[in-house]
Design a protein around this ligand. Structure first.
Ligand SMILES: [Zn+2]
Length: 157
């Protein structure tokens, strides 16, 4: 855990005395994409308001929660999305175009800023595993583009 750079505030009482604490076993009720999840966390590092004991989630705790939620929902991880895309030779732009989504959205999935919806998770899995699905979608990987452009082909893949 990296040190906290600046004092945080409790969002409910504005108390600035929030201190790091470790919760040995914590259940967080979370909602994603219309479903509720009870996520169990062991040794959850979070901040605690010294006033009434409210928990204050900092960036790291937020990342831990996001990862736990992805696990609970069985969704692709940011690393899995990036690795699958790269192993098929797609740039972010090419994959975004093939999926008919914005590159901004894809970037948010790959950096973990946004957790993808279950339908998009299923769509991505089909896309990554099925050459036929990619063909139906008219997907263009780097290799296709390279074949079409001699200059790009020279760079190799
Ligand atoms: Zn408070």
């Amino acid at each position: 855990m990296t040190p906290l750079s600046s004092p945080r505030k409790c969002l409910s009482c504005r108390e600035t005395q929030v201190l790091p604490t470790v919760l040995p076993s914590h259940i967080e009720e979370m909602e994603h994409d219309g479903r509720k999840y009870s996520v169990a966390l062991a040794d959850f590092r979070v901040l605690k308001c010294q006033n009434r004991g409210e928990l204050v989630v900092d960036d790291e705790a937020d990342e831990v929660l996001a990862k736990a939620l992805r696990d609970a929902a069985g969704l692709l991880t940011p690393a899995e999305i990036r690795r699958s895309r790269e192993s098929l030779g797609y740039t972010r732009q090419q994959l975004a175009d093939s999926l008919r989504i914005s590159m901004f959205t894809l970037s948010r999935w790959e950096t973990g800023v946004q957790i993808l919806q279950r339908a998009m998770d299923a769509f991505l899995r089909v896309f990554f595993r099925s050459a036929e699905a990619r063909s139906v979608l008219g997907a263009r990987a780097r290799e296709d583009a390279a074949a079409a452009t001699p200059a790009a082909a020279a760079i190799g893949f």
